[in-house]
Write a protein that binds this ligand. Structure first.
Ligand code: NAD
Length: 533
């Protein structure tokens, strides 16, 4: 049977970018085999060596930044400026982060025993790679998302089979090419082109030990189901339906600019786009008037022009979903303040930035992820009410609070069920390599980026050393004396104060010879004495 071939057209103007050949089952198996083989050597490379490869990659990414940004714009449709600031720049930053901080996070770590009787032993943690990871990616940030995930898992000693979205396969191909150009050893990364079927073939292979999946929650559930058959490590970055909360007294001018950008950048096709805004009733009217004005200033057009704020939506199926959500809202009583129409005079996939009010929780636009240039605004009177409304969604990726009141912001922030919360700004933590990225509820599992993201990519091995050359005190044959001593130990550990503890400790003294036969008393005694206080 012939491999499926897909024609990829630019959302900007419908022009043909190229044809992509999907990989068949045999090719996928061969690639996994190659990557699994490469893992055996790659896991042994030093951090220093891995940093060298990353430094090569940094140079290549920097040198090719214009070409890469243009490719992203052509294939995905975001303005070139966004391709630079939201895709290339965070990718470069993440390389630097791994070079500077990666080893500190992943190197061996000494463990001090907590249990006094075990303190004669030595232990350490080793952070070991899982093996072959599958990276399965979406089309909305076709470069930064997989790129950051791939370099992180490679730095942690894993190898990778990467499947980009079939909507943006050429950007995926470019990631593969620049990593190869940086001379990472053969087989550390392979790419598979395809859609759901090819993704499932990849996930069904037991040699894949981990999955970094970014995409919709529904696909995430299916990915988890398949991965469960071979118990893979799964890290999920899924959908969002993010709220922004505007409190009275906020700097409304900045808030309106920030919310407009947070809702509309990348034509609203960001997992962390602001989809719902809850405004305190006393400033609602002023906010709506200002937001309408600001949204109407957005210049929609060819994303290659530097004075374009918003390009097309990326795919017809996504535009249709947005239109259906808007229609559903209108049928259920919502009102469009501005936008709500296709801009066919510019091109097939352009949609006007849209502001909707009079929304309720029966509407898809409030319940589900819309993922387009549409923002809904509602009002509230009490903090409990806005917390309930913000948490109403099954998602919990990010949220933002717009205010000058620090105490109120903190109180509300800590009640919001979301993985990332910002005040007086939105979305930017994705571009901060130190901040852990990921969601609550159906927005994801685990984290990417930063220390906690890197630690997801390794399995923790605890190695304990005992060279005391003594038989453990709990070995056979059991003796009443053991019961007596352990009983006293338990009393010691739960005793309320220094005097009682000292009294119990003295009971060990007559048995010091027996204890010395089994324990390294030079270490155990100071450890027990430290527990007196
Ligand atoms: P999607 O779930 O349709 O596809 C994502 C990837 O999974 C694609 O590569 C696709 O080919 C593959 N896939 C689809 N079905 C599969 C299956 N059964 N088995 C294996 N792989 C399969 O998502 P999308 O439309 O590409 O991306 C948009 C979604 O991604 C939105 O929900 C968005 O919020 C989410 N997203 C989340 C984050 C985050 O950081 N949380 C970032 C970007 C996008």
């Amino acid at each position: 049977m012939k491999n499926k071939i897909l024609k990829i057209k630019s959302p900007v103007d419908g022009s043909l970018i190229g044809e992509i050949k999907f990989n068949d089952e045999k090719e996928i198996a061969e690639k996994i085999e190659k990557v699994e083989k490469a893992f055996k050597e790659w896991k042994k490379t030093s951090f220093e060596k891995r940093r060298e490869y990353l430094k090569n990659l940094k140079k290549i990414l920097f040198n090719e930044r214009n070409e890469i940004a243009e490719l992203i714009t052509k294939e995905q449709g975001k303005p070139v400026i966004e391709a630079f600031i939201a895709e290339v720049l965070p990718s470069l930053d993440s390389i630097n982060y791994l070079i500077e901080k990666g080893e500190k996070i992943l190197r061996e770590e000494k463990v001090k025993h907590f249990q006094a009787l075990l303190s004669g032993k030595k232990a350490y943690y080793k952070f070991k790679p899982y093996g072959v990871f599958a990276v399965i990616s979406p089309w909305n940030y076709p470069f930064a998302i997989p790129f950051i995930q791939i370099i992180s898992l490679l730095f942690a000693g894993n190898t990778c089979v990467f499947k980009p979205s079939p909507v943006t396969p050429f950007t995926g191909q470019k990631i593969f090419e620049i990593i190869k150009k940086a001379e990472f050893p053969d087989g550390t990364i392979e790419i598979i082109q395809g859609a759901a079927k090819e993704g499932e073939i990849l996930l069904s292979d037991k040699r894949i030990r981990g999955v970094l999946f970014t995409g919709s929650a529904d696909t995430g559930k299916r990915v988890m189901e398949i991965s469960s058959h071979t118990l893979k490590k799964v890290i999920f970055e899924l959908g969002g339906n993010d709220p922004a909360i505007v409190l009275k007294g906020a700097n409304l001018e900045n808030t309106i600019k920030g919310i407009t950008w947070g809702a509309m950048m990348n034509a609203g096709q960001t997992c962390a786009s602001i989809e719902r805004v809850y405004v305190e009733k006393t400033v609602y009217k002023e906010f709506i008037d200002g937001l309408k004005e600001e949204i109407e200033k957005i210049r929609v057009g060819n994303p290659f022009n530097f004075d374009t704020d918003m390009g097309p939506m990326t795919a017809k199926f996504q535009l249709e979903k947005v239109i259906s959500h808007v229609e559903d809202a209108l049928e259920k009583g919502a009102k469009i303040i501005t936008g709500g129409k296709k801009l066919t005079e510019i091109g097939e996939l352009y949609y006007s930035p849209t502001l909707i009010i009079d929304v309720n929780e029966k509407m898809k636009i409030i319940k589900e992820e819309t993922f387009g240039p549409v923002v809904c605004v509602d009002y509230f009177e009490k903090d409990e009410e806005v917390i309930r409304k913000a948490n109403y969604s099954n998602y919990g990726l990010t949220a933002s609070i717009w205010t000058r009141d620090k105490d109120r912001a903190k109180r509300i922030a800590e009640e919001i069920e979301a993985g990332v919360i910002t005040t007086n700004s939105h979305v930017y933590p994705f571009a901060e390599p130190e901040s852990a990225w990921g969601g609550f509820k159906e927005s994801g599992l685990g984290r990417t980026h930063g220390k906690y993201g890197l630690l997801e990519l390794v399995q923790i091995q605890y190695i304990d050393f005992d060279f005391n050359n003594k038989p453990e005190i709990w070995y056979y044959p059991y003796k009443e004396k053991l019961l007596y001593l352990m009983g006293n130990l338990m009393e010691f550990l739960t005793a309320p104060n220094f005097f009682i503890k000292t009294k119990i400790l003295l009971k060990f003294l007559p048995h010091i010879f027996y204890l010395n036969k089994h324990l390294n008393l030079k270490k155990v005694m100071p450890s027990l004495l430290r527990k007196l206080v």
